[in-house]
Design a protein around this ligand. Structure first.
Ligand SMILES: Nc1ncnc2c1ncn2[C@@H]1O[C@H](COP(=O)(O)OP(=O)(O)OP(=O)(O)O)[C@@H](O)[C@H]1O
Length: 727
């Protein structure tokens, strides 16, 4: 029974930290509650007349209201308490965990972040300068400062989102943190709402749950959506949500595996005032449920500023204030910097940062974040005299237990707004087994992923195929593009493939076909992939999946559409230009088209994975140009091309494609071409091959080289992604 007492204490401690003295007791194993008494801490005089539990019918949720001596209700609402704690409390086999409250207090010491100039080589700048600080669980922390002060840089450094250029000590619960397990326990929500397009809210939640939770653990997706006000929109597509809804969905997706630490970069940017307040209240609720919630925010309104528990102000890379939000004005006043009445304290301190001397002075006063200015009662410290004592006496199957809990009522009314708004909890709605498993999730200290690589591959592949199939517009455009271009090529070279007088047209056609495959496939990833990389970076950082299964799924998912369209294109061209039909020739013709298309897509993805759309647009065509130059070089003096140049030309997959295409059309035991002239020098296919000096080449060798190039560029793309995600 000791477990239940511990849990009850936790529940009340939680309520206390939430600023509320109300207690909701979930006590499934309790048969009846005998007494609930509230005492003044000093003197032990009963504060409230004894109140027996009205809900003696034990297995219900019990809730209490506390009255003062005049029978005025001093606590009207029962709080929506920590999901974690309630789950512990109503789950006896969770004893090992309930003894150790789940909290992640973050600390950083002498943290610096240095950026290196890309233009002036060798020059670097410290944007975060040896700052210190601590963020406690259950607290909503605002990192504030003027524009360019280093807020995002600091958040990125603390969260681990950026590691290059970061030095200093990062601790969790007083111990140096292991980055892998920390990433498993934390999540980072970017300023930009990066959501998978073409999925509904519910589908996005299901995908997140399949990736982030191990088999057998059911995510409380419906409850999370309800809690975040998204249940009514669960069948709406993510790209059709409003800004505030997108933000809430970003949070909901990360809540799926219940991480104890949330980092958010400017979660209120782009939101109107009402939505901003809703968003911050939601974050506060998350913090009240025992999480550490840290976000950067631009100058908030006074009413919004008050909602934060802790302010961490940074200016010019230095910490100029760290502490409770309401302790900030008294602290500044004590330094002779009096905030005018009715002036927004958040504006006031930002205005102070316009003067360099103030920055230096304030930073020295707070020892660059080493000190913490506080006004609140610490729930874990000795209770001051003004606090009260609560006694709950209850009976279980085999025992009578009593627990005494110290609590403070000083913030009761302040929190009503939040607690009343969410009187239901996720845990209370979940089945016992799944809630136990779900809660255990975050306790598992693991460096790995909750799912196997194969599961990740399967889930990601399903998601990608679903998205491709829903992107009807893109499918139509690609289909029309392939069929249209095929007909155009077919009309230009109609029935020429069997004409012995058209040698140059044969060559032009082969070059044209290969260029079609190359350009079509290279530009799409260059334009589309950079945006996807940002989204993948966020999901990968939040440890949804490993890069290997993602990359595998990405490669495989594109094949069905790409291969089908290439085959349609090849079929139309093949028959319109009049190449004599033979099974092996036709299949090889289609194979070459597909291989060139896959190599080009790999080149496009390698560019898109590293460069922005703007740079990629310049680099994409520029990257193809040398391959193209090498492809058409020397057709009319093939025998005179030096050996070295021939070797260099082999690096051009376009050249390999053209050679393979010529060998396919004019090889495979091709009969002599028709000749409607007096003399057709190239009527015999072998003469053309000899003229081009490729009669000894093999189609399969050319295809092998192209496959080698394809594997190389795809490996480069993979390394590019790894590099992007590691910096
Ligand atoms: N990768 C980088 N390369 C060069 N300079 C950088 C880099 N990242 C940040 N900086 C510089 O560091 C400073 C702080 O940037 P940061 O984005 O952290 O500021 P911020 O306080 O979040 O600003 P804002 O509120 O305007 O978003 C800025 O001057 C910025 O130009």
């Amino acid at each position: 029974m000791r477990l239940k007492i511990v849990a009850a204490e936790q529940v009340v401690r939680y309520a206390l930290r939430a600023g509320s003295a109300c207690v909701k007791v979930l006590a499934r194993d309790v048969i009846r509650v005998d007494r609930v008494q509230l005492y003044h801490c000093t003197g032990g005089k009963p504060y409230h007349t004894e109140r027996s539990a009205q809900c003696a019918a034990a297995r219900e949720t019990l809730s209490y209201e506390f009255f003062d001596n005049n029978h005025n209700i001093i606590v009207q609402y029962c709080a929506s308490l920590s999901i974690d704690l309630l789950t512990h409390f109503c789950t006896p086999d969770f004893s090992d965990i309930s003894e150790k409250p789940d909290k992640m207090d973050l600390e950083f010491r002498n943290l610096t972040y240095t950026v290196h100039s890309r233009i002036l080589k060798g020059t670097s700048r410290q944007v975060v300068k040896g700052v210190n600080g601590r963020f406690r669980s259950g607290q909503l922390v605002a990192i504030m400062g003027p524009s360019g002060a280093g807020k995002s840089s600091l958040l990125n450094a603390i969260s681990g989102y950026r590691s290059a250029g970061v030095t200093g000590e990062l601790l969790v619960n007083g111990e140096t943190r292991d980055e892998h397990s920390f990433q498993r326990s934390s999540c980072y929500i970017t300023q930009e709402d990066l959501l998978q397009p073409l999925l509904t809210v519910r589908e996005a939640m299901d995908v997140a749950a399949s990736l982030k939770l191990p088999r057998g653990v059911k995510a409380p997706s419906e409850e999370i959506l309800q809690e975040l006000g998204l249940l009514d929109h669960q069948h709406t597509r993510t790209d059709q949500l409003s800004g505030g809804q997108k933000k809430r969905l970003s949070i909901a997706l990360e809540l799926v595996n219940n991480p104890p630490v949330f980092f958010l970069d400017e979660p209120t940017s782009g939101l109107d005032n009402v939505t901003t307040v809703q968003c911050v209240k939601l974050l506060k609720l998350l913090a009240r449920q025992g999480r550490t919630v840290v976000c950067t925010i631009h100058q908030p309104a006074a009413s919004l500023f008050e909602l934060f528990d802790q302010a961490y102000i940074i200016a010019d890379g230095l910490c100029i204030y760290q502490g409770d939000t309401e302790a900030m004005v008294p602290h500044l006043t004590s330094l002779g910097l009096v905030c005018p009445r009715h002036h927004n304290p958040a504006d006031f301190i930002i205005e102070l940062t316009e003067t360099q001397e103030y920055i230096q002075m304030l930073s020295q006063e707070i020892l660059n974040g080493t000190l913490y200015k506080s006004t609140k009662i610490d729930a874990s410290s000795e209770p001051p005299a003004s606090t009260m004592q609560l006694k709950i006496c209850y009976q279980t199957d085999d025992n009578v237990a009593e627990t005494e809990i110290v609590l403070s009522t000083d913030k009761c009314t302040y929190m009503k707004e939040y607690t009343a708004a969410s009187s239901t909890t996720l845990a209370s709605k979940m089945s016992k087994d799944s809630s136990v498993a779900w809660m255990k999730m975050q306790k598992v200290e693991t460096r790995g992923y909750p799912t196997t690589y194969f599961q990740q591959f399967a889930v990601l592949l399903t998601r990608m195929l679903l998205q491709i199939s829903r992107n009807r517009q893109a499918l139509w455009i690609q289909t029309i593009h392939h069929i249209g271009c095929a007909i155009l090529v077919g009309v230009c070279f109609f029935n020429m493939a069997n004409d012995g007088t058209q040698m140059f047209n044969h060559l032009k056609m082969c070059v044209g076909l290969i260029i079609f495959f190359a350009y079509t496939q290279i530009m799409v990833p260059v334009l589309v992939y950079p945006q996807e990389v940002k989204l993948v970076k966020k999901e990968h950082f939040n440890r949804w999946y490993n890069l290997i299964p993602y990359y595998g799924a990405l490669t495989v998912s594109k094949l069905p559409v790409q291969v089908s369209l290439n085959i349609i294109f090849c079929s139309i061209v093949y028959f319109m230009v009049g190449v004599p039909y033979a099974h092996d020739r036709f299949l090889t013709f289609c194979l070459i088209g597909n291989v060139v298309s896959l190599v080009s897509e790999g080149v496009g993805m390698a560019i898109g994975s590293v460069f922005s759309v703007r740079n990629g647009c310049a680099i994409g065509p520029a990257a193809i140009a040398p391959f193209l130059g090498l492809a058409i070089y020397g057709f009319d003096f093939a025998h005179k091309i030096p050996l070295m140049m021939n070797i260099v030309m082999k690096t051009s997959f376009i050249r390999c494609g053209v050679v393979a295409m010529v060998l396919t059309i004019f090889g495979f035991g091709r009969e002599p071409l028709e000749c409607n002239d007096v003399y057709c020098h190239f009527a015999k296919p072998n003469v053309l091959l000899q003229y081009l000096d490729i009669e000894r080449s093999s189609v399969w060798f050319e295809i092998f080289i192209m496959i080698f190039i394809m594997v190389s560029v795809r490996f480069l793309c993979f390394m590019g992604l790894r590099w992007r995600f590691a910096t």
